[in-house]
Design a binder for this molecule. Sequence first.
Ligand code: NAP
Length: 246
Amino acid sequence: MKNKTVLVTGSASGIGKAAAELFAQNGANVVVSDVQAEAGKAVIDQIIKNGGKAAFFRAEVSKPEDMEALVDFAVKTYGRLDIAVNNAGIGGEQNPIADMSIEGWNKVIAVNLSSVFYGMKYQIAAMLKTGGGSIVNISSILGSVGFGNAAAYTAAKHALIGLTQTAALEYSAMNIRTNAVGPGFIETPLLSGLDAEMKKGLISLHPIGRLGKSEEVAELIYWLGSDKSSFVTGSYYPIDGGYLSR
Ligand code: NAP
């Protein structure tokens, strides 16, 4: 990862933070980005304290201008962009379809789906200038099956896979690989609203008998970002403790 530049959206917390830290441990220049500026700066402070290289840029992923500015920042700061992890996402409104508000639908589609199109648009343009790169989009197990009360979330996460595959068709020959990751339920602040009973119910959906850890997902993101996965493009990788095997 030496001399490679990686940007990770939503990396002040959870899966994105673990991925940013893993890339930094392996020598990459890491651009940490999030709406949570204080927490994001704390992530880069820790990386730098541990001898890594990192810079923070605040970006709201549902704003195209922020996604363009984020790529510009990475290129200005480190000279190039090699790897982009489109990770920021929200759970959003939980209601059955007939009760879901239009605002709730639009918000999740903006943050979890349109954001990734905006990100890829500018990330790919930057990567084409320097000979290629690798893009990892964070989908979910809910990118391949449904889940009650989460219509917008499941729709967005399914769509991310089609977007990832289409980018692979368009750009693999230009040395830009694009892949999607499908985590099962992972212990992050995104799940902080769950009570003990709900958590037990979720655990029971994972044959491995527990929820996942951010660090476990980060390993897969790292591999897909790195040259170790040089023949992998247009793929969707569940990492789910067996959830999708049920
Ligand atoms: P997390 O701990 O909540 O971290 C996500 C980070 O992204 C937070 O700092 C969050 O800030 C930030 N963020 C939210 N909306 C943003 C926006 N519009 N622009 C920029 N940053 C924004 O979540 P996580 O569990 O690590 O999830 C990361 C990704 O994995 C998401 O795409 C999620 O859908 C996916 N995923 C998670 C799980 C799971 O069980 N945890 C399972 C499958 C897939 P706020 O705190 O202000 O929201």
